[in-house]
Design a protein around this ligand. Structure first.
Ligand code: FAD
Length: 324
């Protein structure tokens, strides 16, 4: 499998994590630029059921890796199964989405293979024959281009929003190979499968996010932003001070110490645009910012900048959206 990019897509309890499409879209682009072949693998229970969808994403082949010890996710099980598989195939590069699950097993996998992992990349660029991966450093103040050295296979993970899932290209269905996993000892087994509390939300999956910052002034005013989010069919999120104050739960925080999102529309209400916030949302397709300060840094990345008092702008906006 020389000069092949292998994308390991993520499935959880038999469902594909859609952020996998973003990594596939990036990998398609890289494969086109380098001339390297593109293949994909899906690991775990029901991998074979997910493979046909991936097979139509302009890959040369899909491997569905299943096994008795892979029924429940464990970092040992996934790292061990992928190690055996990757050793047998020797791809040049293994790309994965930077999800919680991948963060859990990828360092173990790369280390077990005496290789290197470049994690949380926001993109890549070609430099002659080399591929450099871009990483944000110092809370996004600097971007570093990092290259692999030494023999591969090398591993890299892409941040949510690094590539656009809707840019993914489809083609004729590629062949699917079912692989029976070789799994060494699994030392840690989950007692029960973790299920997120009902009210918890995965903001990375939201198409529309209405995000509030300190400009909202008081906890009771959050309701106004919620009304706008409901009218738009979106989710509510916030900058860190809002979550620190307990006005919204921590899982709604966007930024370097919160979630990284890339919705179709990100509406920022009374958010200044500190770098720690921007790194979590600047991949959004369209950004509308409402801020009374025309010099607010958020306007530097906004597609639509509305200078004004959010308490004057949001109530009529809700009415207009409801009418539409
Ligand atoms: P402010 O910076 O206070 O901005 C409020 C804005 O509201 C201002 O621009 C103001 O002009 C505007 N405004 C006020 N009244 C109105 C009105 N009536 N109408 C319209 N606009 C109005 N922050 C995050 O968000 N996420 C993170 O993950 C995160 N991680 C961090 C990690 C570290 C290690 C550190 C040091 C900081 C982190 N921060 C994070 C904090 C970050 O530096 C900023 O302090 C924070 O993002 C500011 O939040 P804000 O924009 O809501 O508030």
């Amino acid at each position: 499998m020389a000069d092949t990019i292998l994308v390991v897509v993520e499935q959880r309890q038999g469902k594909l994590n859609p952020v996998s499409y973003e990594t596939l879209a990036g990998a398609q682009q890289l494969a086109a630029e380098t001339g390297w072949a593109l293949e994909a693998a899906v690991v775990g229970e029901n991998a074979a059921a997910i493979a046909p969808d991936i097979a139509t994403k302009k890959v040369a082949k899909v491997y569905a890796i299943e096994g008795e010890k892979l029924k429940a996710y464990t970092p040992d099980g996934f790292a061990s199964a992928l190690k055996a598989f990757i050793q047998s195939k020797q791809p040049k590069l293994v790309l994965m989405p930077h999800t919680y699950q991948v963060r859990d097993f990828a360092p173990k996998l790369a280390t077990a293979m005496n290789s290197t992992l470049i994690s949380d990349a926001t993109g890549y660029r070609k430099d002659g024959d080399r591929v450099l991966f871009t990483r944000q450093m110092f809370q996004g103040k600097f971007a570093a281009d990092v290259a692999f050295t030494g023999p591969g296979p090398h591993f890299a993970t892409f941040q949510a929003g690094a590539f656009r899932a809707d840019k993914i290209e489809s083609g004729a269905a590629a062949p699917i190979e079912n692989v029976s996993a070789e799994v060494a000892d699994v030392r840690n087994k989950p007692e029960e499968v973790f299920k997120e509390a009902k009210q918890a939300v995965d903001l990375t999956q939201a198409d529309i996010i209405v995000s509030v910052g300190r400009g909202i002034k008081e906890q009771k005013n959050i309701e106004l932003a919620k009304q706008l989010a409901d009218a738009l069919g979106g989710e509510i999120a916030a900058s860190r001070p809002i979550c620190d104050a307990g006005w919204l739960p921590m899982d709604r925080q966007i930024g370097s110490s919160g979630q990284t999102v890339a919705p179709k529309l990100y509406l920022a209400l009374g958010i200044s645009g500190a770098i720690q916030h921007l790194v979590g949302m600047k991949g959004s397709r369209s950004i509308i910012a409402i801020n009374k300060d025309s010099e607010a840094p958020i306007f530097e990345i906004a597609d639509v900048a509305v200078v004004g008092n959010l308490f004057d702008i949001v109530p009529p906006l809700i009415e207009e959206v409801k009418k539409a």
